[in-house]
Write a protein that binds this ligand. Structure first.
Ligand SMILES: [Zn+2]
Length: 424
């Protein structure tokens, strides 16, 4: 044990540096001195000053004094100050960006000009804090959707007067705090002050479908149809919702920050209504602006999509075979593989035509739809059977083509894979 005294960086006091031996103590003393080490009294004074500065700044900004024991209140004040310093830094940027759409467009379409405009907003922030500010601003906007609502979150944060509230959330980022205050912000939103805002609110209200129980999230899931796709924007990450969308054939597009699925325009209303209906059923609010689809979703009179199909393979070595497909999440693999001669060709199970008798039972039992081609195959072989013909697999002398397909095949939706199967 060795002690090396150094001078306090702020007063004439002494800081004692302790090492395991003389060499270590001296080496550490040099480092501590270079770091500007201060004595215990100065350290305590610094803490007091920092607290006083935080308290003064909060008072100046009209923030309420915090409830709790003096020690709790002091700690909470420092936590709250950190949050509000960040708010002071990011709100001007958020006001300039405006809404979530701007970020999404900038990311999704790679619009350089947009990106540069956003970068310029952050260029005004000192470099040491720029990355943190940028991340916080974008996360907050993604969470709440608009600068107006971000201001609502700030107002809600200003009302938090309990020291324990701040201490419990000391690890939370701005977006997490906003997520927690979302319901309060929505409830406190000012009544519309002009006709346009009024109309927007009414349209939004009209578009809103509510689940029978309390909604799983105060922000609705937005469903829209855009050029051959259904687009779904979700409020944050929810595992149940994610699973549903994946099962329904939607894919997450990072650039668009939305779930997308190609859908033919002829069935778009049915598909919009169906997905809205299913999302409501798991407890989320849904915003659906398409009036026809909304009506169908409410009445439940859309034509549900057939996800289970028996189709006929039309080309390749296994032309004439049946192809069985179903949606992710339905566990039908073992049942399908038990059919006579069934083989698995990712992602479908293929069954030879001679098993036509089993296919009909299977389709009825598990609610599979038969394509016209599959139906004709069954009828054809049934008539041959009636005539006493011994049925073999149809052999087509063509080069082997890998038979591929999709879980959900709809006319015009896919390219090559489609050609190998018959459709309705
Ligand atoms: Zn000192």
């Amino acid at each position: 044990m060795a002690k090396t005294p150094i001078k306090c960086a702020e007063c004439d006091g002494t800081v004692i540096v302790i090492g395991r031996n003389r060499r270590e103590a001296d080496r550490m003393a040099i480092r501590r001195r270079d770091e500007g080490a201060v004595c215990a009294a100065c350290y305590e004074a610094r803490r007091r000053d920092a607290l006083a500065a935080a308290t003064a700044k909060s008072a100046e900004q009209g923030l309420p004094a915090l409830n709790g024991s003096p020690k709790q209140a002091a700690w909470a004040e420092r936590i709250r100050r950190t949050v509000f310093d960040l708010i002071d830094m990011v709100m001007p940027a958020i006001d300039q960006i405006g809404d979530r759409q701007t970020i999404e467009n900038a990311d999704g379409n790679d619009l350089t000009a947009r990106r540069e405009a956003i970068a310029a907003v952050f260029a005004a922030i000192p470099e040491a804090q720029r990355w943190q500010a940028r991340t916080a601003a974008l996360e907050l906007l993604r969470e709440v959707g608009s600068s107006a609502r971000a201001h609502g979150v700030v107002a809600a944060l200003r009302r938090r007067e309990d020291a324990s509230w701040w201490i419990d959330r000391r690890e939370h980022g701005l977006a997490a705090l906003a997520g927690e205050l979302q319901a309060e912000v929505l409830a406190a939103e000012a009544p519309p002050d002009d006709d346009l805002v009024q109309l927007q609110a009414e349209a939004r209200e009209e578009a809103l479908l509510r689940p029978s129980a309390a909604p799983a999230n105060p922000v609705p899931v937005e469903i829209s149809y855009i050029v051959g796709h259904i687009r779904i924007a979700t409020p944050g990450r929810h595992d149940v919702l994610r699973q549903l969308l994946r099962d329904q054939g939607y894919q997450w597009y990072q650039g668009d920050q939305a779930w997308l699925r190609p859908v033919a325009s002829t069935v778009s209303s049915d598909r919009l209504a169906e997905i809205a209906h299913r999302i409501l059923a798991i407890g989320f609010m849904v915003a659906l602006y398409d009036p026809a689809a909304r009506q169908m979703a409410i009445a439940g009179n859309f034509a549900p999509e057939r996800r289970r199909w028996v189709r006929r393979v039309t080309t390749g070595y296994r032309a004439g075979w049946f192809s069985l497909s179903w949606s992710r999440g339905d566990d039908l693999y073992s049942a399908a593989r038990r059919l006579r001669g069934a083989i698995y060709r990712r992602p479908n199970v293929l069954v030879p035509a001679r098993s036509f008798d089993q296919i009909e039972d299977f389709a009825a039992r598990y609610d599979f739809a038969l394509s016209d081609g599959a139906r004709l195959t069954i009828e054809h072989f049934r008539s041959l059977q009636a005539a006493g013909v011994v049925i073999e697999d149809p052999k087509v002398p063509e080069p082997v083509v890998a038979v591929r397909g999709r879980e959900d095949l709809k006319a015009g939706q896919f390219g090559v894979d489609d050609d190998l199967l018959d459709h309705d």
